[in-house]
Design a protein around this ligand. Sequence first.
Ligand SMILES: *Cc1c(COP(=O)(O)O)cnc(C)c1O
Length: 445
Amino acid sequence: MSRFLEEPDVAGYAALFGTTVVKATVDAVLADVRARTARDGVPVPPFEDLLARARRRLARVELDDLTSVLNGTGILLHTNLGRAPLAPRALEAMATIAGGYSNLEFDIETGTRGSRYGRVATLLRATTGAEDGLVVNNCAAAVLLVLDTFGKQREVVVSRNQLIEIGGGFRLPDVLARSGATLVEVGATNKVYLADFERALTANTALVLRSHTSNYRIEGFTADVAAADLATLARRVGVLSVEDLGGGALVGLEAYGLPHERTVREAVADGIDLVAFSGDKLLGGPQCGIVVGRAAAIARLRANPLLRALRVDKATLAALAATLRLYLDPRDVETIPFYEMLAWSRGDLLVRAIDVVAAIDLPGVRHVETIAYAGGGSAPLATLPSYGLAFRRDGVSPNELAARLRVRPPRLVGRVEGDDVLVDLRTIPAARDADVADAVRTVLT
Ligand SMILES: *Cc1c(COP(=O)(O)O)cnc(C)c1O
């Protein structure tokens, strides 16, 4: 063991994640060897061999840790890479509130218990136009809470063209079943009319549910019901209208050359009673799920004991409030990394790409035009023209080259296209361009 620990790189790992972890990892390697020697009479391999095995395991331990990566995929909201990066203001708020005590559920004036959700509800009203709002763990939890509160042993009417399954096992019919609601499907896959909804309503209907078709589009011979018409129908017959908006944009994306994405404010203005959306998609905040809408309906959600199990922590609330505050002044919106990345012009990205290629200074590395994606299952077909680098290395497959870029710091995640590895610069902070150049240079030489 002491010989292992004397190796500089092993000692480096010990500094990184503690001697205990390193010793346990080396022990595991030695235990394997002992077991095989005892069982099969295999001679003990030389030290160098054991060291190589220990290094491989230690590298695995490092990669299994939650660690930061550079996103060169060009996908702005990448669920596997943690979705929305937070704005500096949100990070500060998180550090301040999470690093100490706060008035989370405390009224400073009276010195008595206060509301965990009151402050953020005020900001949700200001940014969405809704009467009230509530925050839970994620949008899936928000939809579950709504269905559990209103849909139990009752009917929920959904159009067949919106019976979604999104990533991570969120399938609307299954969530409905789990909450004890009965799904009533209306319309056809490609066409649904208001009359379909009207016919489906019974005395046992709890709500009509609209869902954002986040990751697919039905094209061609189609017909759909406008949200405002559905909300009016629901109000007339006395059932609730609910919309699972998914993405949850608070500002129009068309300013950034993207197709229009229905905003939360529009859904509220259409008269939808409850609108659910994610905090870490187009909002650019922390992971959470938000429901806004009519005060009476939100009050019912608040009274559901399930809310306690879906509760968010102080750091999330601090980051969310700080992010929402950035929407109060249009000049602040682009301090949210998602909007900062959207705002990069093609010309400026081209200049960055040319500079990075020059810094790498190796034959075969070139700047290329790329396509970036909003991603996040929110604006599926929304693409943005972008720039990045393309490179290859003789004798090394592009997949192997991409893997080498990923495993060593700064752990650059690119994508493979044909024989090239591609790194899109739109999803990389400009301040990290030099790190990109270093990383690429290292794997190519
Ligand atoms: C992303 C999405 C969800 C799930 O949101 P989470 O915050 O990941 O739970 C639900 N519905 C729609 C339409 C979505 O796009």
